[in-house]
Design a protein around this ligand. Structure first.
Ligand code: LMR
Length: 394
């Protein structure tokens, strides 16, 4: 049987992670996978996470199953964090999932059940695992243009023109904040226009939000998602706790499905639980319990928010340092976009050949589409990267 297998395409981001590990140069710089690193290159366990884990280990008296949706307290805490009181809680069905990717996968499975003929629209570019999972599930997808490689900003006219082709019942996947891979984001006024267009098209929005708190702050980063949730009868929201709680390997995420009315919520909830049961039965609990412990304890929450702010401001400072250094070296403002982008990533907007040159000549690792993880830099490596970019003739 196994001889019938054919090799599957390698994930570009994970392949880069392996190549970086294998590079013996001690001057190498990892701007690949989207994992936060502090100035010493470590991915620390956040203080509040450590403390929540201590409490859980001390107090937990059972490891018995929770429920198919996970601990309901996790759902409540995450809905509060992301949506606040934007809409009535009784319209929202929610299940814990293994990471944000698990939430995306379950959302797509739900779409397949509820609207098998729907086309899922993706930004071009997007996180490579979006089209990969969609293809794996045999679902139809189309892309809408998103990024202007000249200005390195959102190509809003092109985006709206392409979304003009959305058919009634189609699903449009939007990054809630901190667009991955570009770092370029819609303004709230542009979100209003996208919402109006998708309403006119009778489309269903599907928000993927994996970086709440990494852009402009916890509430500011949730603002677009809240606008969407408030505007539509139905929508899907996949959220990840990997980055903002730094609990990558705990696989902690949530899928929220908003129904038009509270009467429709139980069927949606039951379906999401059924999908969890089919795919992995009960979702992992540890990370979700850590998140719930932090969000429901005022002191732990304040400490988590403070550390998240330090992380966010650190990335903003690195963005500014890099833009300033490139301004100085290039005698131009053509890299100022780096300071305007938000989140962990910026797309440099150069060719795969240049990306390869940076890797071969300077040991600088970024994804082939020139996505850089800003958190992979520190004050000392920013000038090295800036010089390499100019030396390469980018
Ligand atoms: C990324 O985009 O680098 C992260 O979301 C990690 C991943 O799983 O690809």
């Amino acid at each position: 049987m196994l001889e019938n297998l054919t090799a599957q395409p390698a994930d570009k981001i994970l392949a880069l992670m392996a190549a970086y590990r294998a590079d013996p140069r001690d001057t190498k710089v990892d701007l690949g996978v989207g994992v936060y690193k502090d100035a010493s290159g470590n991915t620390p366990v956040m203080r509040a996470v450590k403390e929540a884990e201590r409490r859980i280990v001390a107090d937990q008296s059972t490891k018995a199953y929770t429920g198919l949706a996970g601990d309901p307290a996790f759902g409540d805490a995450m809905i509060d964090l992301l949506l606040g009181d934007t809409i009535a809680r009784d319209r929202i069905a929610a299940v814990a999932t293994p990471g944000g990717t698990g939430a995306i996968r379950q959302a797509l499975e739900l779409i397949k059940m509820a609207a098998p003929d729907a086309t899922v629209w993706l930004s071009d570019p997007t996180w490579p695992n979006h089209p990969s999972i969609i293809k794996y599930l045999g679902m139809a997808s189309k892309t809408y243009r998103y990024f202007d490689t000249d200005t390195r900003n959102v190509d809003f006219d092109a985006m709206m023109a392409d979304l003009g082709g959305v058919a009634a019942g189609d699903v449009v996947l939007l990054h809630g904040c901190c667009h991955n891979p570009t770092g370029a984001n819609l303004t709230l006024e542009q979100w209003d226009k996208v919402i109006a267009l998708l309403q006119a098209k009778s489309a269903t929005p599907f928000i993927d939000i994996a970086y709440q708190g990494f852009g402009d702050g916890l509430d500011a980063d949730a603002a677009a998602t809240r606008k969407v949730v408030a505007a539509f009868d139905e929508c899907l929201v996949a959220a990840s706790c990997s980055k903002n709680f730094g609990i990558y390997r705990e696989r902690t995420g949530i899928l929220m499905a908003v129904s038009k009315t509270a009467d429709m919520q139980p069927l949606t909830q039951q379906t999401l639980q059924f999908l969890n049961r089919q795919n992995y039965s009960f979702p992992p609990d540890h990370g979700a319990r850590v998140v719930t412990t932090i969000l429901t304890d005022p002191d732990l929450r304040a400490d988590w928010e403070a550390e998240l702010e330090e992380t966010r401001n650190g990335m903003l400072a690195l963005r500014k340092q890099l833009a300033d250094e490139l301004r100085r070296l290039s005698n131009s403002d053509r890299f100022d976009f780096l300071a305007d982008h938000r989140g962990m990533f910026s797309q440099l907007g150069t060719t795969p050949e240049m990306v390869e040159k940076l890797r071969a000549d300077h040991g600088i690792y970024m994804v082939g589409d020139s996505r850089m993880n800003i958190a992979g830099l520190n004050e000392k490596t920013v000038p090295i990267l800036a010089k390499a970019i100019i030396d390469a003739g980018i």
